[in-house]
Ligand binder design. Sequence first.
Ligand code: 26V
Length: 804
Amino acid sequence: MIAITSKQFKDDYVKMFEQVYAYNYQEGTRREQFEVLGSLIKKYYMKDWKKTIEAYKENKEKQVYYFSMEFLPGRMLKSNLWNLGLTSVVATGLAELGLDLDEVAEGEVDPALGNGGLGRLASCFMDSIASNGLSGHGNGIRYRYGLFKQKFIDGYQIELPENWLRNGNVWEVRKENKAVIVRFGGNVVMEQDEAGNLYPRYEHTRNILAVPYDTPQVGFRNGNMNNLRLWSAEIPYGEEYLFRTEEERDEVKQITEVLYPDDSNYEGRRLRIKQEYFFSSAGVQSIIRYFKTLEEDWSLFPDKIAIHINDTHPALVVPELMRILLDEEGLSWEQAWEITKKTISYTNHTILQEAMERWNIEMIQSLLPRIYQIIEEINRRHIEKKIPLYGEELTYRTAILQDGQVHMANLAIIGSHSVNGVARLHTDILMEQTLRDFYIMYPNKFNNKTNGITHRRWIHIANPGLTRLLDDVIGEEWKSNPDELKLLKAFANDKEILKRIEEVKLANKKRFAAYVKEEKGIEIDPTAIFDVQIKRLHAYKRQLLNVLHILDRYNQLKDQPDMTMPKRVFIFGAKAAPSYHYAKQIIKLINAVAELVNNDQEMKDQIKVVFVENYGVSLAELIIPAADVSEQISLAGKEASGTSNMKLMANGALTMATMDGANIEIHEAVGNENMYVFGLSNEEVQSYYENHTYHSRNLYEGNPRLKRVLNMLIDGSIPGLHDEGQDIFDSLIKFNDEYFLLKDFDSYLQAQRHVDQDYLDREKWNKMALMNIAQSGRFSADYTIQRYAEEIWLLHPRVAEAKS
Ligand code: 26V
């Protein structure tokens, strides 16, 4: 633990600033003030980091490596201070120097190295792994450019490059001494050694240097410091002469240049597969190097190492681990395969077919000839072994190589000992439908691990008002054991506490309203219902259903101006993949509807629509504490889990939900009386699919209120729309409404009416908010990670539980 007084902190800070900039901290920009603060904190924790690394080497503890193409850590200053227990010393010290911690913290860039839920989950998990005292490390890519910066021009999404490293990154440490070579291309020739054994020799490969940049992951007040290792591609030292043309040099740079801004379709395939192999290979190589320092028998590899793959993006770890064990370490196929399977586990994050990775065989073959040979052999043995047991038809459906493609999910499942879904319904769908054949083959591999979130970031840091209230009312133990939030339930009828919950919410809403005023020039009333939908823009998430409700509400208010209902502010935050035309059209529609309702005098501020630009972790921290209603309205069966639903409930927002993903478990936790459930169930959706009985046009014709709303898309009622209105209308009527919005429209409106009624009863509402906060403990990523550790990784805490 770091013991430091605020006097010493102040002296260190002032001195360090002058050493770095040769001028006084007061003259520094906010970014410079942050940078020096970050460097100083890093200096304080370096000793602990070194100690942790030495301890796990010395004790030869088992380590887990979490391979993920995406990480979305958010700004790290406050979470590091919080976990190190330095928040108040630093805040006080800075205040005495005339600086404000919140303002200085804004000087940090928010690294957007991910698309959405999958990347943020990886970062919540890193925090929980460290805080649970486990030895576990992240392995990913240090993208030069993160996810694009979003701007709206004329209501359309414009993408700008996110040059997040422009001014360096204080937290990372470049470790040249840990660099490895990753090979691409060339060919494989089989040669004989003296004993007459065949072994493969790689020829004419293109060698790329993978340089790791390490960032410590600080555990919550337990002195545990894990590592997030992100790899950068470079030309190997001394081999510059091999990369003579600009194009050749560019090809190297490109490998870690950009994050693919797409979570549903894939493109730029060749480069993407290069990225995937690059960080998978580099990660496995560095694990092998570490394992060898232990001087243990190879058979003990799975006792010392667990490798977890976050979706199929790192699935090439399967053939890569095999390659090293076979070709470099000389193990037999059987030994290597046993080790590989025992070491690797896999999480599936989507059942959307378009997001399932499949790569053309020729591409893998030319880019990774040896890896391809190994995949072929894994596939051959799999088929050979399973046909006698399951017959040809089923077995061939599980093949890795099918229709000229490599099926990455199949590779991940066959090459691992555990396959998990991310919420109960999702896991059930995997077992019963999507991965049914595999479930028949390997029933014991399948398990559920419902996602979780770290309350440290999503309450302690994002919502200090609520944190103070909780500390006062239920003590501080909930910080290391979020289940203790349940203690709050005893106060469900305590008028004074309910009032305080309302006050905290109001203060957060004011904070957000000030941001909206500043950024968008829109005035919003903090006493209105703040109705929030924040997530990637995708048709299945149904932001459009939300819009249909807004348009209907607009119509109702036009018809009956004296109608009494509480004011509502509809808040959206979402990025659309640049190539996802339909999603971008929805963005334009939301912005156009915002123009319409925000500027209609007759609305008398009854409805406002705010679409924040450039939604990401930092904005989530501002919006979530201010939310009253959490929109989780995906078509049942489509959202694997969702995690913003958990963050919002933990901050006292009430969930408006379909029975999808983790919403089902939220419902189980809070009951009908504390959330709003509507819409088709997964079974009902399935039966429409099976019987082909969904006809959106009939719904349109048969429901005047719905018809009126839909017609607004095409009759010029919404100014500024061009083709978007017609295209969206067509998607719903001509193309039969793939995600059944029209079917769920009525029950959605009805549930929304209940929200209006309940909100007027302040005490009832606050009580519901309290119940949501109280029940959110079960969604702590700390518990999720404990289950991963106990049931999949077989890993035990190396340090005692966190002390608060
Ligand atoms: C796929 C692809 C395909 C290639 C281009 C880049 C890319 C990036 C991501 C993906 C997979 C997306 C899967 C995903 O993000 N799933 C989300 O995972 C969350 C965490 O488990 C879960 O809460 C969400 O419901 C789920 O949609």
